[in-house]
Design a protein around this ligand. Structure first.
Ligand code: ACO
Length: 327
């Protein structure tokens, strides 16, 4: 568990990109034995974006990053740190961050690496970038969450294939304008829980050379963990600072399931509209979900200067994490 605070760095701009191809629940009902009614009732998802033949994790990441750089008004040459959070990289090696660096024309002095904490990846990457900026060794960071989840799905398994989507979101971090900045972060992971949510094959393990390269999940257990862990993270970030959930202007949670989001709202005794949700249109885009939601929230006028914003996520590992940000 890491719990950190101290800040002179803020999110200076956001951007996102999703593939053009919209796939509705009715479209999926032609592939597997499911229905729009089941998917909407259990998850809140109406449709998702899925990669077309030309879409890659790198391409989505680079598109989101360009938009974030433009939004922040920061020259790509000023980026000295690039972290891509992803569990669906284009290649095992090199890191997607290196491919994105080339796509964006970032300088050779930029440190580039990927980070995998599954759906908690963006919050882990934000915490990491913040710590590296606070060390004084870097000044402007690009933090991207990008996924091509469609590449990791078994399209005959109705219990998983209806839940996920593809996309990317990005933020630029840099010296904070007065009154804004990251306030605190908290990360953690639960040992012995990897079997609840995993892609068993495709890695180097000699134990499972022929294991499926698709997501396997025990949905009910993950659901219960998600609600408990995200509630705890929110309280751990707020309570020591004398803050109550009602002090938060907007919660931007990982977009896995609207029922999970509503359950946290009930635990924290906050109205549903205090939570930003776009899972209905994108499904679960894993590490991309929070920055994609953050970008949409900003464009919808839901993020005002000085607001306290809470980002909170859970994912495979099982991992969890949160970040409290003064916008
Ligand atoms: N369409 C129709 N029926 C279905 C479907 C489907 N797509 N999927 C499952 N069912 C059936 C099941 O087979 C089961 O049938 P049965 O009762 O005859 O056995 C029934 O629906 C109920 O299934 P449950 O699994 O009990 O449904 P539940 O209400 O738990 O909802 C869900 C399942 C949506 C997966 C839920 O448990 C959930 O959202 N869990 C959290 C998952 C999650 O957030 N994962 C995040 C991943 S994060 C990362 O790091 C990648």
């Amino acid at each position: 568990m890491s719990l950190s605070s101290a800040s002179a760095f803020a999110i200076l701009g956001t951007g996102s990109l999703a593939p053009d191809r919209v796939v509705t629940n009715d479209d999926l009902a032609k592939l597997v034995n499911t229905s729009d009614e089941w998917i909407q009732t259990r998850t809140g998802i109406r449709e998702r974006r899925l990669a077309g033949p030309g879409d890659t994790t790198t391409g989505l990441a680079a598109g989101a990053a360009r938009a974030a750089l433009a939004d922040a008004g920061i020259d790509p040459a000023a980026i000295d740190l690039l972290i891509v959070a992803t569990c669906t990289p284009d290649l095992p090696m090199p890191a997607t961050a290196s491919l994105v660096q080339t796509a964006l024309g970032l300088p050779s002095t930029t440190a580039c690496f990927d980070l995998n904490a599954a759906c908690t990846g963006f919050v882990y990457a934000l915490d990491t970038a913040w710590a590296l900026l606070a060390s004084g060794r870097y000044r402007h960071a690009l933090v991207i969450g990008a996924e091509k989840m469609s590449s990791a799905l078994d399209w005959t398994d109705r219990t998983t294939c209806v839940l996920f989507g593809d996309g990317a979101g990005a933020v630029v971090l840099g010296p904070a304008p007065a009154g804004s900045g990251i306030v605190a972060t908290k990360l953690g992971a639960i040992p012995g829980t990897s079997e609840l949510l995993l892609i068993p094959g495709g890695g180097s393990s000699p134990l499972a050379p022929d294991a499926p390269r698709h997501i396997k999940m025990k949905g009910k257990e993950v659901f219960k963990f998600a609600v408990r862990a995200m509630d705890e993270v929110c309280r751990d970030l707020l309570t020591p600072r004398g803050l109550a959930p009602t002090d938060v202007a907007l919660v931007v949670p990982h977009q896995a399931n609207l029922r999970i989001i509503h359950a946290i709202a009930e635990y924290l005794e906050l109205p549903h509209d205090r939570f930003f949700a776009n899972v209905d249109r994108y499904g679960n885009t894993s590490a991309a979900s929070i920055p994609l939601a953050l970008d949409e929230a900003g464009k919808a006028g839901r993020l005002r200067r000085g607001d306290l914003v809470l980002l909170v996520a859970f994912g495979a590992g099982l991992t969890y994490g949160g970040a409290l940000v003064r916008w």
